[in-house]
Design a binder for this molecule. Structure first.
Ligand code: ZN
Length: 177
């Protein structure tokens, strides 16, 4: 049996605070700081709101881990490239900082995939495209017609390529696929 552990919430009222509310984790607790003049109703409303924000912040943070990225790659391969088992078995999928000329890269020989940290802040559907692009390279190393047909199975491929082109141009990065 699993139990869902609810966090202990500690609300601290501060005379110095006028309007600002903040929340942070402190060990197993979540501390919410509110102005002393808040009513009980305002307190409840703001505690709920801050818990949601904290949760959203932590969800976003998860994206920065390699294990989350690997899981994402696995799901994409299962969904779009189920007929190409080699795409479903990359040996490693990692975020990297030192890749300035590309969004992603892969080494078909050892099955490793690296995704630029620049992609981390982009929308999910763009991250998915970059991942699928590299997964398809595990099947076909070149940018051939067959390769683009595989990548084209992902419905937002064209949109994502446009997005990346736009980002690259705007930032003067000159990043190519
Ligand atoms: Zn490529």
């Amino acid at each position: 049996m699993t139990t869902v552990r609810k966090p202990v919430i500690e609300v601290r009222r501060s005379q110095r605070r006028r309007r600002t509310v903040s929340a942070y984790r402190d060990g197993g607790r979540i501390v919410v700081l509110i102005p002393a003049r808040f009513s009980r109703a305002e307190e409840r409303e703001w505690v709920d709101r801050m818990l949601e924000r904290l949760d959203a912040r932590e969800q976003r943070g998860k994206r920065t881990t390699d294990s989350e990225l690997s899981l994402r790659a696995q799901r994409l391969a299962q969904r779009y490239l189920p007929d190409h088992p080699q795409a479903g078995e990359p040996t490693s999928v990692r975020w990297v900082q030192n890749q300035n000329g590309r969004w992603g890269s892969c080494t078909p020989a050892d099955g490793s995939i690296r995704i630029s940290h620049r992609v981390q802040e982009m929308p999910d559907w763009v991250v998915d495209y970059v991942l699928l692009h590299e997964l398809a390279h595990l099947v076909i190393p070149s940018h051939s017609g067959v390769f683009w047909a595989l990548v084209g199975r992902y419905p937002k491929t064209e949109r994502a390529r446009g997005y990346l082109e736009g980002v690259s141009a705007a930032a003067g990065l000159g990043i190519i696929e």
